[in-house]
Design a protein around this ligand. Sequence first.
Ligand code: AMP
Length: 282
Amino acid sequence: MKIVKTIDEVRSQVRQWRAQGLSVGLVPTMGYLHEGHASLIDASHRDNDRTVVSDFVNPMQFGPAEDLESYPRDIEHDARLVEEHGGDIIFNPEPEEMYHKGFSSFVDMTVLTQELCGLSRPVHFRGVCTVVSKLFNIVKPDRAYFGKKDAQQLAVIRHMVDDLNMDIDIIGCPIIREDDGLAKSSRNTYLNDDERKAALVLSKAIFLGMNLVRKGEKSCDVITGSMKELIEAEPLAKADYVKIVDCATMQQIESIDRPALCAIAVFIGKTRLIDNFFTEDV
Ligand code: AMP
């Protein structure tokens, strides 16, 4: 397992693999890897001869008031995890390697980014689409792996690949949770003990919503209303959004009459966490 810092090195390694007829999987991450990331690496290792894990805190997807500076980083730990899970390369570029002086091209998306995190984080998906396009052009993988934890991101990437005729299979992987239900996230490390307890309100709200859907509740207002009530009862929590959207368009719907995504973003103190479920999966 190699840590690679430059685009040229990644390209030359991938070229060698291709010359041997090997398939390549890509797992894009921002590092500080946990079992959620590991499940994506496992899936890529299973499906492909070689796996590249990108480990890059992408400045372009952070808004000015967000946590770019404080985002946790630990490349040694990440390297161990990637090695243990059968990854072959960690691509860990400096921002200047990805965005040279004079960088001025972007990939952006309209409809799918108007709701949920796109609404709360206006520059976010432009940054995500741009960096993922760059990673796709650098690695040219057969398959790329994304977690359902970031469900809107997964939908946006699938849509981008389809719109722009990128010849890459996008594989969505299930959400990995802590034993008590909290979805694993690099940002969980920001939480102090009280906040960690309070953060359970996210998965509790998700399980409540799932149960209502399972019992046949169709009204999105009823489902999101119950979830909001539960979140508001936790003093350290403040809901950013609790919404149900059409899976294909990411536009809000009133009734569960098609495949839908129920997504939440909640501030626990200053830390913004997300969670979700697909109505088809309940
Ligand atoms: P990040 O490093 O947070 O940008 O995440 C990199 C990839 O890992 C994204 O595709 C995420 O959806 C995925 N991921 C992060 N946390 C989890 C989790 N708890 N379960 C499954 N996938 C995850």
